[in-house]
Write a protein that binds this ligand. Structure first.
Ligand code: F6P
Length: 327
């Protein structure tokens, strides 16, 4: 017999386009299943500080198309402490909240996993991060919007690069993951892509520039901020020394990748997974992230989801694809 009556919902870590669509889905599914839904402001900090608000049908009206998160977000230091988590638990109990939906990435799920084990508290996670670096879902909420933002920016950079015969190094987000770089690089027709998962990116790039076609007017190199050689700036320095005749420029796309109206793919993913999260809690799921694999809704334990394994794109075949296409 399920006793859940009041579900708390929060967003945590870096915001991602589509988080609002996910909040909306959780609230509306909660109402549909006759549950109370409580919004938690500023992620885990909101739990620790008891910063809650009642959510109703109207509080999530007109947000499906908005970037950011109406519940605000934070990377909480207090929730990392035993005292902070105890305070969070006491606040949840005092406000009659008996389950949580947490929307975020690996840091969010790591915190949720610890909390769930300490207090035996039901929690379901939704994959909300532009990085796409979670196992148990083909795509995370926000990734599609972010890579589309990147290709729109790189298309513009290509115009000026082509006009001046320049090589541009463009740095994209992804502290530990090259998936934004890889997919947007293919989509933008980059000559080379450097990602943290590959040990040979810089060597390959130098070889390609030494032996590749010299008649290309523009060259675009996409680098993930977490690349092992360093960020785009360091890569530029190496390239300038190796290729003094190249006219090289550097561009960091930065936080524009996290903003903007979510794409339809992100809105639909967030909506479907948000409803599934509530249904999962009602049906006794806990300690799991709900994702979509091969179009099916799938529940994956937090401990597995955060491992960033079985990610298909970081295999050598995808890197070879980049090489073939850059001829
Ligand atoms: O985790 C999402 C992410 O956008 C990473 O790609 C990036 O490295 C990081 O957040 C940036 O975080 P902040 O907004 O705290 O600088």
């Amino acid at each position: 017999m399920n006793k859940i009556k009041n579900i708390g919902v929060l967003t945590s870590g870096g915001d991602a386009p589509g988080m609002n669509a996910a909040i909306r889905a959780v609230v509306r599914a909660g109402i549909y299943y006759n549950l109370k839904v409580t919004g938690v402001i500023r992620g885990y900090d909101g739990l620790v500080n008891g910063n809650f608000m009642d959510m109703d049908r109207k509080s999530v009206a007109n947000i499906i198309q908005r970037g950011g998160t109406i519940l605000k977000t934070a990377r909480s230091d207090s929730f990392r402490t035993v005292e902070g988590r105890q305070q969070a638990y006491d606040n949840l109990k005092a406000n009659g909240i008996d389950a949580l939906v947490v929307i975020g990435g690996d840091g969010t799920f790591t915190g949720a996993d610890i909390f769930m084990q300490e207090f035996d508290f039901p929690i379901i996670g939704l994959p909300g991060t532009i990085d796409n670096d979670l196992a148990g879902t083909d795509f995370t909420i926000g990734y599609d919007t972010a890579i589309n933002t990147v290709i729109n920016a790189v298309d513009k950079i290509r115009d000026t690069a082509e006009s001046h015969n320049r090589l541009f190094v463009v740095e994209v987000m992804g502290r530990d993951s090259g998936l934004i770089a890889l997919r947007s690089g293919i989509g933008a027709g980059a000559e080379a892509i450097l990602i943290p998962e590959s040990q040979t990116g810089m060597e390959d790039l130098i070889t390609r520039l030494e032996h590749g076609r010299k008649d290309k007017a523009s060259k675009i190199v996409i680098v993930a901020e977490g690349d092992i050689v360093g960020g785009g700036f360091d890569i530029c320095e190496v390239l300038k020394e190796k290729f003094p005749t190249y006219d090289i420029r550097f561009s960091v796309l930065g936080h524009i990748q996290r903003g903007g109206s979510p794409t339809c793919m992100d809105r639909v993913l967030a909506s479907r997974l948000g409803v599934s999260a509530v249904e999962g809690l009602v049906n006794g799921h806990s300690g799991e992230m709900v994702g979509q694999l091969n179009r099916q809704v799938v529940f994956t334990p937090f401990s597995h989801a955060i491992k960033h394994i079985d990610v298909e794109e970081v295999t050598p075949a995808w890197l070879e694809l980049v090489e073939i296409l850059s001829l």
